[in-house]
Ligand binder design. Structure first.
Ligand SMILES: [Fe+2]
Ligand SMILES: [Fe+2]
Length: 279
């Protein structure tokens, strides 16, 4: 009995380390790239903001490197400390992004090239990362049904934003692609509303058949958006289309869609499998 208890604890520790490293490796690269995108959108005279963005780039580059230096066998206590440190960094970049949003919305950066929605979007991703780290360190996992709805509301809105950014950063002469991006934007706006409707009907809406259908429907749209982003990324890399999209931004949004798909699949497996209470 005692041995069993210990091994359960070990399994939980291993899962904690593996989940933590997966989150920090993925999101620290994302945060690093946000710093680059923000920097590219500032004006030449915004030297202070450029310097701040560069500092964040180096900070998250370092975090990313450290996250890759740990393994699943690393001491969980060490990972817990690392998570808190990364959470601080995520909190700081969140504050920086909100500050930039404030400057744009009060017209203090005329002529800069970051859309307010893009800055808000990257701040929401920083906030998500920070919350994931807090949840991991506190060992608090939301009930599966709550997690499914909440994560989908978050990611569907992220996907809807991506479609809008792509549509606005493509050259207006790329009429067909702009049209496709607009259709994705409409499709995902609808999915966001559907997800919020389901959220509003909680807890009655949290039945296995409804959640299963919800995941299936979202998966179809996310998979097709992911393929569209992949095609766009390849065309941009090959210099075959006219746009002001940085090739790394195209790859960045593709990776985020791919991550959402992985999360949907994980939820599906938990929903139909035998472990209904963990995420
Ligand atoms: Fe992002
Ligand atoms: Fe994003």
């Amino acid at each position: 009995m005692k041995g069993n208890k210990n091994s359960n604890k070990e399994v939980a520790s291993e899962m904690f380390v593996a989940r933590s490293l997966d989150e920090t490796r993925f999101w620290s690269r994302i945060m690093k790239e946000h710093s680059l995108f923000l920097r590219l959108g500032f004006r030449c005279e915004d030297t202070q903001l450029i310097a701040e963005a560069n500092q964040f780039y180096h900070l998250f580059e370092q975090i990313e490197r450290r996250a890759h230096s740990f393994t699943n066998q690393t001491d969980p206590e060490q990972i817990r400390r690392f998570n808190s440190e990364v959470q601080q960094a995520a909190t700081h970049i969140f504050a920086f992004k909100r500050k930039v949003l404030g400057l744009i919305l009060t017209c203090q950066l005329p002529g800069a090239n970051n859309f307010p929605l893009l800055v808000d979007h990257v701040s929401r991703e920083a906030n998500y990362f920070r919350n994931r780290l807090i949840e991991l360190n506190e060992g608090k996992l939301k009930p599966l049904a709550d997690a499914i709805i909440k994560e989908n509301v978050f990611f569907l809105r992220i996907m809807a934003d991506h479609a809008k950014f792509i549509g606005h950063l493509l050259d207006p002469s790329e009429r067909k692609l702009v049209d496709m991006a607009r259709n994705f934007s409409n499709d995902f706006d609808e999915l966001v509303f559907q997800a919020r409707d389901l959220e509003g009907m909680k807890p009655h809406s949290q039945t296995v058949p409804l959640l299963d259908q919800f995941l299936d429907q979202n998966r179809v749209s996310v998979a097709s958006l992911r393929d569209f982003k992949k095609t766009a990324r390849d065309l941009i890399e090959e210099c075959k289309i006219k746009s002001i999209i940085h090739p790394l931004l195209a790859d960045h949004v593709f990776r985020e869609a791919d991550r959402f798909l992985t999360i949907i699949d994980m939820f599906e497996a938990h929903l139909t499998g035998a472990t209904p209470h963990s995420k």
